[in-house]
Design a binder for this molecule. Structure first.
Ligand code: PEP
Ligand code: MG
Length: 573
């Protein structure tokens, strides 16, 4: 049995046999045509583009009117109609006398290389859309009609280098419920589609082809982010039971998803959600969300050919607020830097990007970009229940500088006679140890706190949150992290402000009783976890509170004994 760490694209558990997608990309030998055949060859190419367009439009008719699934294939429609690409193809065939397949290979490879060469992962992943269109065109030109999934059996797990949106859309119809890839990004089109179609998916496993062979049994644990190859009998039995239990309890939890989460001691714990894309907001209320605790707005800056202006951001924040009304929406101002770089904003390469100009530091460095966002949020807050929250705050000086900019924005809007909410609630993400240690000082200047345990753990333990090698050291329940959480809670209570957790810790079921026992009143979680987490909160009782409050949390072993033994009954049925 081998276990490999992975990044989750869509949580869930799937057990099946591995099957690699054999690349069907035909080898295109660059071939030339004679000048007298060029016109006919170009006509053949434009006819093929029309066929490709018809295929994409046919797929579009099968997709729901609302939502991102449709946009993905609309992008492909746009690529096929892109005048720059058509112009390039025309030159390649009519002037340079390339055959139609050669021309498609050359023209698209150039664009793909351009996107793949971009520093930003999110943008680089857009190359997949071009590869998908290129493949479709080559299939038509070369008369390839085979379906890449035709040899797959329902129940198998698809393994590939990087899936394309077309592949994902046909997976669902063929009964393939999970995929594993070597490369991929959470925000790629294939990932968005997978969440929409509820396919269990994980990515980012280096040298995947050397780790798994066709036909081996695998467990895709997209909840923990793990791939288990050839599980032993005990592990398999445990996962089969876990999967069956998860399905049964998900049905049960779902029935009460819209009710509030109240412990048996009468404490209400608000269950908010984290989102990355505005489109996600439409369905959250129906899933039981009581607000958006973290809108990671930097994603608005990543997949773009130009930065979003104030009007566009105003529309986005207004529409998310409308979708969630009357519940609050917390706009986390853009957390660029670290591993999230926009190709549109020049960044000096940094030796230690996670310790560099990231989050609020970057925003204060570029007030021109920052103020556009603040103004958009303040304007949208007139009609919507919005609050602002700053990431990567070091100390009260950072917060005061940011608040000064908020005041400046308010003054400028007022001078222009533009309606806005001047006293919009302002929150601080506590994700740097210095902020946690000075939480009492910060509390006097903030309206609320939200603990970003992903970064708080990384910076407290000095362990890169993305390191595979050190993942065993990345303990979100480390006594040092828990002490900081306790300090923040105490400071917030004293100042009478609310405090929540919006890091992944709040979405990890084993940690929920611990967080409730520590006194957290607000958890911001992955949308798919709302119903389950509410049901865990309902099970929390006086015994749990006493156990957590009276436990010795000084040593990692003691904390683990508390979480995995004493508190087990609260998160396991
Ligand atoms: C965190 O650090 O816990 C957090 C929620 O922010 P992000 O994961 O976006 O850095
Ligand atoms: Mg963070």
């Amino acid at each position: 049995m081998n276990i490999f760490k992975a990044k989750s694209i869509n949580p869930g558990i799937y057990i099946g046999k591995a099957r690699f997608l054999v690349s069907k990309a035909p080898i295109i030998r660059h071939s030339h045509i004679s000048a007298d055949k060029a016109a006919a060859e170009f006509e053949y190419l434009t006819d093929s583009i029309d066929v490709a367009l018809a295929q994409v439009r046919q797929i579009l008719t099968t997709l729901p009117e609302e939502g991102q699934e449709k946009e993905i294939f609309e992008t492909q429609e746009m690529i096929l109609a892109d005048p720059d690409i058509l112009q390039k193809l025309e030159t390649l065939v009519l002037k340079e006398l390339n055959s139609a397949p050669s021309a498609v290979k050359i023209a698209f490879d150039e664009v793909i290389a351009h996107f793949e060469g971009m520093q930003n992962d999110f943008f680089a992943s857009r190359a997949v859309d071009y590869k998908d269109v290129q493949q479709r065109l080559l299939d038509i030109l070369l008369g390839v009609h085979t379906d890449p999934l035709s040899s797959f059996q329902a129940g198998e797990v698809l393994f590939c280098l990087e899936p394309s949106p077309t592949l994902i859309s046909s997976m669902a119809t063929q009964g393939i419920g999970a995929w594993v890839s070597q490369k991929g990004a959470y925000t790629s089109h294939a990932a968005i589609l997978s969440r929409g179609l509820n396919l269990v998916a994980i990515t980012s496993i280096p040298e995947l082809a050397f780790k798994v062979r066709d036909g081996q049994q695998v467990i895709v644990d997209a909840t923990r982010g793990e791939l288990i190859v050839e599980p032993d009998a005990d592990t398999l039995a445990r996962y089969q039971k876990l999967k069956a239990d998860m399905e049964a309890s998900a049905l049960k939890d779902q029935a009460r998803a819209l009710e509030p989460a109240i412990t048996s001691t009468g404490r209400r714990v608000r269950i908010n959600v984290n989102i990355e894309l505005p489109e996600e907001a439409a369905t959250l209320k129906a899933m039981g969300a009581e607000g958006i605790g973290l809108f990671r707005t930097e994603f608005l800056y990543l997949d773009r050919s130009s930065l979003p202006d104030e009007e566009e951001q105003f529309q986005i924040y207004s529409s998310v607020a409308k979708d969630m009304a009357p519940f609050p929406v917390t706009i986390r101002t853009f957390d660029l830097g670290g591993d999230k770089l926009s190709h549109l904003i020049p960044f000096e390469p940094e030796e230690n990007p996670f310790l560099g100009c990231r989050g609020l530091r970057f925003s204060l460095f570029r007030p021109d970009i920052f103020k556009i966002q603040i103004k958009a949020v303040m304007r949208a807050a007139v009609a919507g229940n919005l609050q602002l929250m700053f990431p990567m705050v070091n100390d009260v000086e950072d917060l005061l500088q940011a608040k000064e900019l908020v005041a400046e924005c308010s003054k400028e809007l007022a001078e222009q006679g533009i309606r806005h909410k001047a006293d919009i609630p302002i929150g601080v993400m506590i994700e740097i140890p210095s902020a946690a240690l000075c939480a009492d000082i910060l509390a006097s200047e903030a309206d609320f706190f939200s603990i970003g345990t992903n970064d708080l753990t990384q910076y407290t333990l000095a362990v890169d949150r993305n390191s595979e090698t050190l993942s065993y050291k990345y303990a979100q329940h480390h006594p040092s992290v828990l002490r900081l959480i306790q300090m923040v809670l105490k400071a917030a209570r004293k100042a009478g402000i609310t405090v929540g957790v919006c890091g992944e810790m709040a979405s990890i079921l084993q940690y929920v009783p611990l967080l409730v026992g520590l006194g957290l009143e607000d958890l911001s979680v992955q949308p798919a976890k709302i119903a389950t987490i509410k049901s865990i909160v309902r099970k929390c009782d006086l015994h749990l509170e006493e156990m957590v409050q009276n436990s010795d949390l000084d040593h990692l072993g003691e904390v683990e004994d508390l979480i995995y033994q004493k508190l087990k009954k609260y998160y396991q049925d």
